[in-house]
Write a new protein. Structure first.
Length: 388
């Protein structure tokens, strides 16, 4: 009952934050298409170093959002993944198989769709992972509009799928969007991880020790040539989930305290800083380019096909069952909602491309596909709910 209560609270939090995310995204679009556009762009590219004389700390506000605040977001995602594998929906193979395989299908098929349009261009090829991402806050936000008409089992399935999707995104970032590895820095990273391992093994509950090692990890992960967000995930792995003097574990306490910040501050700020794109040049001709075509078909069609048909095959082969009190129409509605890429897709977009034209084209593709996926998913789920 306690675990189910935690899940319900989590779902409620993520759903309500989806509305704030949407508002932040719309605000970014308004700023980017108004007389305030130049000022807004100037603010985002204003560089800060917080008094520290090092190139590592001399970043624009946008980079501080992407390389700083997003580390905390990925740390929180790492805590969720660890907890789910230890005691949640992913702790039992029989429960985990459906969302895990569905997530894999939902990452592989969209990437394939993208590559159909971009396989022969070495520059645009780099964006293959963009349509593989799912925005958990937005997708659960759409579900919240239907209230109790959608069974809790489907919400839990979508949450588990999105968490696995985030894990896939983390692996992709670590393997494919890291370059020019520095061996000395990498050795220091392993040294820090060893101390974190000892702290975990001895069930040290002092959060300041993990913050200290986390800061060191953030510094040397970057100097090693790996994206900063990976430091958040690695740190989360070693936060102990064994009860100390208190009733709750350190992992549970930290996750509980960070969730409001990631949901109501970090993700909206990320959307505000990254979702803006000038729409004056958008036309049917501009959409007929490999990047937006690959992303739109990948997110909209690829996600639906990848998620739905993998679940269909698993269930028909007897390896899994439909979530309780759900049906195939609702399952297809859930598959449609996974096409809401938004913040995660935007994040990978900035890692994949340096070219501002490519970034803008990708943003437009992400926004169109995410919006279309949200509408289709809502219609399908509402249609079945109304009949019921």
């Amino acid at each position: 009952m306690v675990l189910r209560s935690i899940i319900r609270n989590f779902l409620k939090l993520e759903s309500s934050s989806g509305i704030l995310l949407l508002f932040a995204g719309i605000l970014a679009l308004i700023f980017s298409n108004s007389n305030f556009a130049e000022t807004f762009d100037y603010i985002l590219h204003l560089k800060l170093n917080f008094g520290l004389d090092s190139p590592l700390f001399y970043k624009s506000i946008q980079h501080w959002i992407n390389d700083g605040l997003m580390v905390i977001f990925f740390f929180c995602i790492g805590l969720e993944i660890k907890r789910e594998f230890l005691e949640g929906e992913l702790s039992m193979p029989s429960q985990a198989i459906l969302p895990v395989i569905a997530a894999i299908g939902g990452m592989a098929v969209p990437a394939f769709f993208y590559l159909i349009f971009n396989y022969n261009d070495t520059e645009t090829f780099k964006g293959w992972a963009i349509p593989s991402a799912t925005d958990i806050a937005f997708s659960l936000g759409v579900l919240s509009l239907l209230g109790k008409r959608v069974p809790i089992s489907l919400k839990i399935f979508l949450m588990a799928l999105a968490i696995i999707d985030d894990l896939g995104a983390i692996i992709i970032i670590a393997l494919f969007y890291s370059s020019n590895l520095d061996i000395i820095s990498l050795f220091i990273v392993f040294f820090i991880l060893f101390f974190l391992f000892l702290s975990n093994k001895n069930n040290i509950q002092n959060i300041w020790i993990y913050i200290f090692f986390g800061l060191l990890l953030w510094i040397f992960i970057q100097t090693a040539g790996i994206h900063a967000t990976i430091s958040g995930v690695l740190l989360a792995i070693f936060v102990p989930h064994t009860k100390g003097k208190n009733k709750n574990t350190l992992l549970t306490n930290v996750e509980h305290k960070l969730h409001p910040w990631t949901s109501y501050f970090i993700m909206p700020v990320f959307a505000l800083g990254n979702a803006g794109v000038y729409l004056g040049d958008v036309s049917l001709a501009s959409l007929n380019n490999p990047i937006p075509l690959g992303i739109m078909t990948g997110l909209f069609f690829g996600k639906q096909i990848g998620v739905f048909f993998t679940t269909f095959l698993l269930i028909k082969m007897g390896y899994a069952r439909l979530p309780s009190q759900s049906n195939w129409i609702q399952m297809y509605g859930i598959a449609s909602l996974t096409g809401i890429g938004f913040t995660m897709a935007m994040f990978i977009n900035f890692l994949a491309f340096d070219n501002e034209i490519f970034i803008s084209q990708a943003k437009i593709g992400i926004l169109i596909a995410s919006f279309a996926s949200a509408i289709l998913g809502y219609i399908l789920l509402n249609l079945k709910s109304s009949r019921n």
